[in-house]
Design a protein around this ligand. Structure first.
Ligand SMILES: C[S@@+](CC[C@H](N)C(=O)[O-])C[C@H]1O[C@@H](n2cnc3c(N)ncnc32)[C@H](O)[C@@H]1O
Length: 297
């Protein structure tokens, strides 16, 4: 099924009748058409986009990393490149997420405003997405975030938005043992909405968790997706595969060449599938996105 296609004509009706405001707004920033050809400049610059992100990450993360090294004054730690990398990521990644959030606000806001009832956000990071939730629609929120340096910011963001009192912050990843997750509230058929924003790129072996995620939804519940995914176009896909080798080691396991939205669609058991992409993207983009909604039958 191509991006943007729906499981039936009835499903298209659901999309426009049941959620008119979100659909209208999302329609102004997203579409299902193939991406446009890149300009010459875009074609020349897109292969080095990941390098630019790594340079920015290092510039932003380095001062905090140096401060952390001074606070311990351990020669072993100073000479350990893995420790430097860990500290730069801990101090700089929040900034990268905040910049990404600024860029994609016009897409994420209408998508996430439709989250309702009992909501699970997986890999919530520093909490960039919580501002998009409609407090009148979200009854309670469970957020999974295994990376401690981001969790402090996440809790502060929940507090600022007034969601903290109805939130449970779980310091675990989706790959944690299922019984443990269940004890933290991830019970079968217990969620109305599951939010996946730029997270399936980072979870180890994501395909093995998709059935599980669907099982957590009540019938009629939905998964909302904003993920960067594998390009549909060569040679961008090939360049993504090459970049993924260093990128996943440097950026917390993130892989650029995952067909995350297509994998979710292929799980089956959906009454409605809608996979779009941001209108502005071009064929040479190394971080093309899927903006998607999957409603459980
Ligand atoms: C690219 S960041 C996106 C963060 C956030 N969703 C956002 O949009 O700002 C990926 C997030 O996935 C989290 N993550 C990594 N492995 C995970 C796992 N196994 N389960 C859940 N989250 C995970 C990381 O800690 C990080 O916060």
């Amino acid at each position: 099924m191509p991006p943007g296609s729906s499981t039936s004509r009835g499903d298209m009706a659901l999309s426009s009748a049941a959620m008119p405001s979100q659909t209208t707004t999302l329609a102004s920033t997203c579409c299902s058409r193939p991406a446009r050809p890149p300009t010459l400049l875009e074609r020349a610059l897109s292969p080095i986009d990941p390098l630019i992100i790594l340079i920015v990450l290092t510039i932003v993360g380095l001062p905090g990393a140096i401060r952390a090294q001074f606070s311990r004054l351990s020669p072993v730690s100073w000479l350990n490149p893995f420790r430097w990398h860990e500290l730069i990521l801990a101090n700089g990644f929040g900034y990268i997420l905040a910049q990404s959030n600024k860029n994609w606000e016009p897409v994420k806001r209408p998508l996430l405003a439709s989250a309702r009832g009992r909501v699970l956000e997986v890999g919530a990071g520093s909490g960039e997405n919580v501002v998009y939730y409609d407090l009148d629609r979200v009854e309670s929120l469970v957020v999974l975030e295994p990376f401690a340096p981001l969790r402090t910011k996440l809790e502060a963001a929940l507090d600022r938005t007034g969601l903290l009192s109805r939130s449970t912050v779980v310091p675990l990843g989706l790959d944690e043992e299922r019984g443990t997750l269940s004890r933290h509230g991830l019970a079968p058929a217990s969620f109305d909405t599951i939010v996946l924003v730029q997270v399936l790129c980072s979870i180890p072996n994501p395909k093995s968790h998709l059935d599980y995620l669907q099982s957590l939804l009540r019938p009629g519940g939905e998964i909302l997706v904003f993920e960067h995914v594998a390009s549909k176009h060569q040679p961008a896909r090939l360049i993504q595969q090459l970049w993924t080798v260093p990128w996943k080691r440097l950026v917390g396991g993130c892989e650029m060449d995952r067909d995350s939205a297509d994998w979710l669609r292929d799980v089956g058991g959906w009454s409605h599938v809608e996979i779009l992409r941001p209108k502005d993207e071009h064929r040479a983009d190394l971080m093309p996105h899927a903006v998607a909604r999957f409603v459980k039958a």
